[in-house]
Every structure is written in structure tokens, then in C-alpha cells.
Design a protein. Structure first.
Length: 229
């Protein structure tokens, strides 16, 4: 009887243990199935490669943009990068020359000492600025402008000296005394030479849209009356 009880208890324990073991196994499988999976090595490599490939065109575009020239780059004429500088120098030279001419024409009739000083000062500054323009044009013109350049260089000191004299003693008498020498140096020598030098420089730079300015003779020494030839 005792032996039979032991056998029955053994059978009952086995039947209870079997479902528990099956449940534990199922729980283990469920836990394993819900755990996050590590990405496959091949997929990771592919995604990294795609990202690197997609970023390459952006880098190339940025590089190309940085190579573009800045806005406002001086234009070229027929492939000559010096054309813009020559055009500017020719225009500025003409403006300076016209400023000097306007002052000389007025100095012949002005009687106010302060205005005489101002006119002489403005003309002196403009005449001094001309040398910078002349240098640019002489370089561009080369031998074609050599004679005109030499005449400008030779006669400019007489103009500057006369204007300085008027500044130091701004009276109608001083102006009347200095103007003949100034205009004798400037009218036949400097003015036509500016025109010829500028045109030679423009031609050598390939500029066809601009021509050199021709300047009328000044008449300050004759009181505003054109001199008879």
C-alpha cells in the first residue's frame, strides 16, 4: 500500500512538471523573438555607402561655386583684361583736363582773390592727378603714344608752376601774368597729346566703343576771347 502511494505521487509530479517546462520554454522563445535584432553587416555597409555617395554631389557643387569670380569683376574687351583700366584712365584723364580748362578760362576774368585762389587750387590738383592717368595710358599705348607722352611730361611742370604762383598770390594781376605761359605750354602741346595718347592706348587695348576726347583751347589769357591764329 505504501509503495503504491509513492508511485502515484511520482506520476502526479511528472504530469505537473511537464506543462511548467513547456510554458518556460515558450516564454524563452517569446523573449528571444521580441528582442531587437542587430542590423546585418551588409545592410549597414550599403546604407553608409549610400550616404557617402549622396553627399558627394553637394561637395562638388560647393567647390564649383567657390571658384566663381566675385561680382563686379572688370570686363574684358576682345580678351584683353587691360581694357577696363585703359577706359577708366582715358575717361578720368579727360575729366581732369576739362577741370583745368574750366579754371583757366575763369581765371582770366575773376577779380575776387579768394575765388582766384580756389580756382588755381582746383586746377593744380586736377593737373597733378593727370600724371597717374598718363602713366596707365603710356604703358598701354607703347611706342604709338611715346611722342605724345613725352610732350605731356615736358610741358606739365610749366602748368603746375604757373598755377602755384597764382595760389601764392591770388590777384587778378598775378593771374593775368601767369596765364599766358600756362596756356602756351598746354594748348599746343598737352591738350592734343592727351587726345592722341588716349586713342593709342584705347586702340592697343582693343576698345572700339570709346574714342578719345578732343579738347578746345583755353582762353583765360585773352580774357575769354579766343586767340586769333
Amino acid at each position: 500500500m505504501k509503495f503504491l502511494s509513492i508511485v502515484l505521487l511520482s506520476l502526479i509530479g511528472s504530469s505537473v512538471a511537464a506543462p511548467l517546462n513547456g510554458r518556460a520554454t515558450s516564454a524563452t522563445r517569446a523573449t528571444t523573438s521580441t528582442a531587437p535584432k542587430a542590423p546585418a553587416k551588409g545592410a549597414s555597409g550599403a546604407s553608409s555607402g549610400a550616404a557617402a555617395k549622396s553627399s558627394a554631389p553637394a561637395a562638388k557643387a560647393t567647390s564649383g561655386a567657390s571658384m566663381a569670380g566675385p561680382a563686379g569683376t572688370p570686363p574684358t574687351v576682345q580678351g584683353n583684361s587691360n581694357a577696363a583700366a585703359v577706359m577708366y584712365a582715358a575717361g578720368a584723364f579727360a575729366n581732369d583736363a576739362n577741370t583745368v580748362s574750366a579754371s583757366l578760362n575763369t581765371l582770366g576774368t575773376e577779380t575776387d582773390p579768394e575765388k582766384i585762389r580756389q580756382l588755381a587750387t582746383v586746377a593744380f590738383q586736377a593737373e597733378s592727378d593727370e600724371d597717374q592717368r598718363r602713366n596707365v595710358l603710356a604703358t598701354a599705348a607703347g611706342s604709338a603714344g611715346a611722342k605724345s607722352n613725352a610732350l605731356i611730361v615736358k610741358n606739365t611742370p610749366a602748368v603746375l608752376d604757373g598755377l602755384m604762383t597764382i595760389q601764392n598770390d591770388p590777384t587778378p594781376e598775378t593771374a593775368a601774368s601767369a596765364l599766358p605761359a600756362i596756356e602756351s605750354a598746354r594748348n599746343p602741346n598737352i591738350l592734343p597729346s592727351i587726345t592722341q595718347l588716349s586713342q593709342a592706348a584705347l586702340d592697343n587695348a582693343g576698345v572700339t566703343s570709346m574714342t578719345a576726347v578732343e579738347f578746345p583751347l583755353t582762353v583765360g589769357s585773352t580774357g575769354g576771347v579766343p586767340a586769333t591764329k
